[in-house]
Design a protein. Structure first.
Length: 275
């Protein structure tokens, strides 16, 4: 007898070698919990386009940096849009899902983001710093990132890269959302150990900061992670808005927080299926 439960294709690269994290453990856990309410099949991102038509929804989770399979991802996104496939996260994100252009857009709009430029004539707009960060516009996982002194900015090739001041921040903090609802926050007390995270109790001001970027992105269906740094002056600055496949560090939160996240995730998938 056919199952009455919705069928979900869960896209993940269980073998992706993330530094300091085990993506596979998180997806084994999450997919096992989703099976309580859905019929779930796991597949590699390279297989998603060929398989998705047989499912009611596609969940893209820890699928690794898209730049490793850009053509296949572009084909998946195009076919999903043309076929009206329900994808979680929905494929309309304006942040990391579309590259790093949003950091330029947010800088130009005067929002609280690390100042970012992509033209040599704009480097004078950046604050003085001991070093500057040069990163690819289509980068991920710090691939291609490097540091240069200010005197090298004039001779830098700006093709396909962004430039930011290297801020000696106090710590990094990440805020995790399901759709537009805040779930939990984690922070890295040691700036040199990004993935050694501990729970963080955000203030109302912190949450307003994070929510502002989630609202800006306009995703109705999706998990987002707002990464920020606490600048020397005490203010938060956006580092990254991850809206494609953010790692969730669920192993570092309390069991009741993890259960609440799963409940919110299931409810979000039901809303997607009803949309």
């Amino acid at each position: 007898m056919p199952s009455a439960q919705p069928r979900v294709l869960y896209v993940t690269d269980l073998a992706y070698p993330a530094r300091g994290r085990r993506y596979c453990d998180e997806d084994i856990f999450l997919s096992s919990r989703l099976r309580e309410d859905f019929d779930v099949a796991l597949c590699h991102p390279l297989d998603a386009a060929a398989l998705m038509d047989a499912f009611d929804a596609v969940v893209v989770r820890n699928s690794g940096p898209v730049l490793h399979y850009q053509a296949a991802y572009d084909d998946f996104a195009r076919r999903a849009a043309e076929g009206g496939v329900r994808v979680y996260n929905q494929l309309t994100g304006k942040a990391d899902m579309a590259g790093k252009q949003y950091l330029l857009d947010l800088t130009a709009a005067g929002l609280p983001v690390i100042p970012t430029v992509d033209r040599p004539e704009d480097t004078g707009l950046l604050p003085d710093a001991g070093e500057y960060v040069v990163k690819p516009k289509l980068g991920a996982d710090s691939i291609g990132l490097r540091f240069v002194p200010r005197e090298e900015l004039a001779d830098l090739s700006y093709e396909g890269v962004l430039v930011q001041p290297r801020i000696r921040f106090r710590y990094e903090v990440s805020f995790y959302f399901v759709d537009d609802a805040f779930q939990y926050a984690l922070h890295a007390p040691d700036p040199d150990r990004r993935w050694e995270l501990v729970p963080y109790e955000p203030t109302a001001e912190d949450l307003a900061f994070a929510q502002r970027f989630v609202a800006w992105n306009g995703i109705e269906h999706g998990i987002q992670r707002v990464d920020a740094c606490r600048a020397p002056g005490g203010e938060l600055l956006l580092v990254e808005l991850e809206d494609l496949n953010p790692y969730l560090s669920l192993d570092l939160v309390a069991p009741e927080t993890r259960d609440a996240f799963v409940t919110a995730f299931k409810a979000a998938l039901r809303r997607l299926l009803e949309s």
